[in-house]
Ligand binder design. Structure first.
Ligand code: SF4
Length: 339
């Protein structure tokens, strides 16, 4: 599934960079609408006069910019720093964690000054005595725009040469051909976000199917990258065990061909905050996501807001099921957590 934007908005100074000039040529050749932005902070020219249209048009818009601040945000607890190569994503998952973080028009922004960003990463690595881990997907899924930017490939090659620097990213997408065969030296971990097939079809609009994702991760695995699966969000409904069992078996069958076993799993049950519920209902008024507060347990979160999680007995069922099934099918895999 490749992403073709409906419009591309360039910051003027992107043309000072080879990648900016190449991208302009590329989109001109393809006949894709493009224009220039007067200011980095004011992205204008995206239509949409209802929340749904604004969201849809934002998701079809690519903004090409220069990353100005080269101070990286922290990324606790899974990494030390965010690696800023893109923001937003071309997918339209109803429960996307970015829905409450991006504006009404969640356009995709990429940066052309990758070399400067990686030079800054180098300095962060040198400032510390221990291994420094960077997360490339804290504010985006960077894979769908990779065919235009090549930024991930550049970052992977950069980290491949770092004795004390590691990279990780997570994706639901499959544009990974250019990442195969890179000299990553095991320093980049690729994690795939997956779910039961029917959940993907129902809620993860404009993302690849389960089979497409599993095929992509098997190629990544075959290329020697450490890999991981984030199974999230897990839903409980009639027949959930069968569907998740089927998902795990599809992975098992595909990965068996690679003959490798370096795999990790993270399992996250469905949860929502009041704020996320209201933003989801704004964009997807017809959603049938289970968000009935009365059927959930309220839990205070570490960032000062509470979330609605499944009751304790249900969480135990999820824990028992995934521990048992992953343990049987992937005895050498690491289960990082089931929450
Ligand atoms: Fe959000 Fe990930 Fe879905 Fe993109 S693929 S819309 S980042 S949940």
């Amino acid at each position: 599934m490749s992403f073709i934007p409906s419009r591309v908005l360039f910051e003027e100074n992107t043309l000072n960079y080879e990648l900016g000039r190449n991208m302009l040529e590329y989109f001109k050749e393809k006949g894709i609408e493009h224009s220039f932005l007067a200011s980095h902070n004011r992205v204008t020219g995206i239509p949409g006069n209802t929340p749904q249209k604004a969201y849809a048009e934002g998701k079809k818009t690519l903004v090409v910019g220069v990353r100005r601040t080269l101070e990286f945000s922290p990324c606790k607890p899974s990494a030390h720093y965010q690696l800023p190569i893109a923001t937003s994503c071309t997918g339209k998952c109803e429960y996307c964690y970015l829905n409450t973080q991006l504006g009404a028009k969640p356009y995709i922004r990429v940066y052309v000054n990758t070399d400067e960003i990686l030079e800054r990463a180098q300095r962060y690595i040198e400032e510390r005595d221990e291994v420094t881990i960077f997360e490339a997907s804290a504010t985006s899924d960077p894979v769908p725009v990779e065919p235009f930017t090549g930024s991930l490939a550049k970052a992977i090659t950069f980290f491949g040469k770092q004795p004390r620097g590691k990279l990780r990213f997570v994706t639901k997408f499959t544009s990974i051909e250019s990442l195969l065969g890179l000299e990553h030296n095991g320093n980049t971990t690729v994690r795939f976000s997956i779910n039961a097939d029917n959940i993907i079809r129902k809620y993860e609009h404009q993302t690849p199917s389960l089979d497409e994702r599993v095929e992509a991760i098997s190629k990544i695995h075959m290329s020697g990258y450490p890999i991981g699966f984030i199974i999230a969000p897990v839903f409980i409904y009639s027949g959930w065990e069968k569907d998740y069992d089927d998902m795990l078996n599809r992975i098992k069958n595909q990965l068996a061909e690679t003959g490798r076993s370096e795999i990790s799993f993270e399992v996250i049950s469905h949860r929502f905050t009041k704020r996320a519920k209201s933003s989801i209902l704004n964009i997807f008024p017809q959603t049938d996501l289970p968000m009935d507060e009365g059927k959930r347990k309220f839990k205070f979160g570490q960032f000062g807001y509470g979330k609605y999680i499944y009751p304790k007995e249900t969480l135990k069922k999820i824990n028992d099921f995934f521990s048992e099934r992953i343990g049987n099918l992937f005895p050498e895999a690491e289960i990082k957590y089931i929450i």
